[in-house]
Ligand binder design. Structure first.
Ligand code: IPD
Ligand code: CA
Ligand code: CA
Length: 258
């Protein structure tokens, strides 16, 4: 029932995201000059929450646009109704819906769906990760210098030592490819699918990473915070990788040389 609800909610959001993609919709600004929210983010979120409430009215919900719907429950649905909103608002089909389910403080299930290229990622704790129902797994590269990485940048400049631009510059100066897709959930899933060897980002929210986190883990990868501690989605930094380059990635993101 939990899985069915997750799939149904993901699908309900995807229908809306697709329907409005080439239509006119209103776009407004959140904190930061290009931190957008569209009418479609809200519609997608409403559809997801409706499905969850229909099936589990007593569950806790944390969703990007509405915030927290607090309930006394160990089940918490963590929702990003459109991850990659700037892409979406510009007609760039690199965006998705992302829904994670946390049970008693542990991520147990996650789904990420990009309806534009029809890629549906799913993972359940202990059962592996899939893309369109086929098992996926991380790469086995062992060196950062030979890796293909992905990252993202916050909407407002983060002025801190080893901040996003310094770390990015270091990789680029050494010729390590670092892509920037604009959707953290897709970044994580593409690590899980073996397209990237690693992903790091300095400032994410729980809804960006909740589903992707378990998808990477179940694909055999590793996810930590920037210091290397086991990942907690309620703090900002993330490093996700195939596991083999993880320690090196942590060292470099924290100021070490390549
Ligand atoms: C953003 C995307 C982006 C990341 C930002 C997020 P949104 O989410 O995941 O890749 O770099 O930090 O806020 O705003 O498109 O849901
Ligand atoms: Ca997001
Ligand atoms: Ca979003």
């Amino acid at each position: 029932m939990l899985k069915q609800t997750l799939l149904k909610a993901t699908e309900a959001a995807a229908v809306i995201i697709k329907e409005y993609f080439d239509k006119q919709f209103t776009i407004s600004n959140k904190e930061g000059i290009n931190n957008l929210v569209t009418e479609v983010d809200h519609k997608s979120e409403d559809a997801i929450i409706e499905v969850i409430k229909e099936n589990f009215p007593g569950h806790y919900i944390l969703s990007e646009e509405v915030g927290e719907i607090i309930q006394d429950s160990e089940y918490k649905w963590i929702i990003d109704p459109i991850d990659g909103t700037v892409n979406y608002a510009n007609g760039i089909p690199i965006c998705c819906v992302s829904i994670g389910l946390e049970v008693s403080g542990k991520m147990e299930m996650g789904a990420v769906y990009n309806p534009f290229i029809n890629e549906f990622f799913f993972a359940e704790r202990g059962c592996g990760a899939t893309m369109n129902n086929k098992k996926i797994s991380v790469t086995d590269r062992t060196e950062v210098i030979k890796s293909c990485l992905v990252t993202g940048f916050p909407y407002t400049y983060l002025d801190l030592p080893n901040g996003p631009l310094q770390v990015f510059e270091k990789f680029i100066r050494k010729g390590v490819p670092v892509r920037r897709l604009g959707s953290a959930a897709i970044d994580l899933c593409w690590v899980a699918a073996g397209r990237f060897d690693g992903f790091y980002e300095h400032k994410l929210s729980a809804w960006d990473s909740a589903a992707g986190f378990i998808i990477v883990e179940e694909a055999g990868g590793k996810v930590t915070d920037l210091s290397g501690a086991y990942y907690n989605p309620y703090q900002p930094g993330i490093i996700a990788s195939n596991g083999k380059i993880h320690d090196e990635l942590i060292r470099i993101v924290n100021g070490g040389e390549i």
